[in-house]
Design a protein around this ligand. Structure first.
Ligand code: PGA
Length: 242
């Protein structure tokens, strides 16, 4: 793992955007695995700025998002579809037929999950997977458990995740209990991984990811087995790794 400890969220976002834009510049038809949540927001803003300054283009890029809440339609302001269209997809020249993101209102779930994995395979696998991390060490919505799922699957969200994400909803009861998530094998088969974290509340998860035991109870710890992981964190998130 390459670990970059930077001053603050702003610097994390700049570094993350430069990793993603370099990937696209070196391979214009890159397959990107994308994450949502508060952490990559600054990275998306900077990528949009770079696009507006004609420093990077997305016309050949293919994207696969990690996850989506079940029960929220794509227009719901807290859905990850809404987030991605508002923060990136509608602001750059990504073509609609190259965007892949699970929808929260599909009914043939099993079929959808199988097809999502096949689409990733047909695209040649993910070149660069961007990840945030949950305070419990989840990546995507792969929650701590005694086993982890390999492919795209339906997840029951952990209580810690529901509580952490309730800040985006009017009440705890409104947070969806289920989601669709890419599995660990799609993530681990990505050629490169970029893991981002900011803030003291991620410090324990980052410590357990980087130097803890490899355990399904901390899904991000499996990244220690991946040959090309770049971790970009601010000082607060790096507090326990020195
Ligand atoms: P956050 O979420 O970026 O909103 O902190 C990360 C995650 O839960 O994976």
């Amino acid at each position: 793992m390459r670990i970059h400890i930077l001053k603050d969220y702003e610097e994390v976002s700049t570094k993350a955007a430069s990793v993603v834009s370099s990937q696209i510049i070196l391979k214009p038809n890159s397959v990107l695995g994308l994450a949502t949540g508060s952490t990559p927001l600054g990275m998306y803003q900077k990528l949009v700025e770079m696009y507006n300054d004609q420093m990077v283009g997305f016309s050949e890029v293919i994207t696969f998002n990690l996850d989506e809440y079940l029960g929220l339609n794509p227009e719901h302001p807290q859905s990850y579809n809404y987030y991605m269209y508002n923060n990136l997809f509608n602001k750059v020249n990504l073509s609609e037929d190259r965007i892949n993101i699970p929808s929260g209102d599909i009914d043939k779930l099993e079929e959808f999950c199988k097809e999502y994995d096949q689409k990733i395979d047909r695209a040649g696998g993910i070149d660069l997977q961007v990840l945030g991390i949950g305070t419990n060490g989840h990546i995507g919505f792969n929650e701590p458990d005694h086993i982890l799922k390999t492919g795209t699957h339906v997840v029951e969200l952990a209580q810690e995740t529901i509580e952490a994400n309730s800040r985006f909803f009017d009440s705890l009861d409104e947070v969806p209990r289920r989601a669709i998530s890419m599995g660990m094998s799609s993530i681990m088969r990505a050629k490169k991984i970029l893991l981002l974290a900011s803030g003291e509340n991620k410090a324990e998860a980052i410590k357990r990811t980087i130097s803890g035991e490899i355990t399904t109870e901390v899904p991000a710890s499996l990244l220690q087995l991946h040959p090309d992981v770049t971790v970009v964190v601010d000082k607060k998130a790096a507090k326990l790794i020195g």
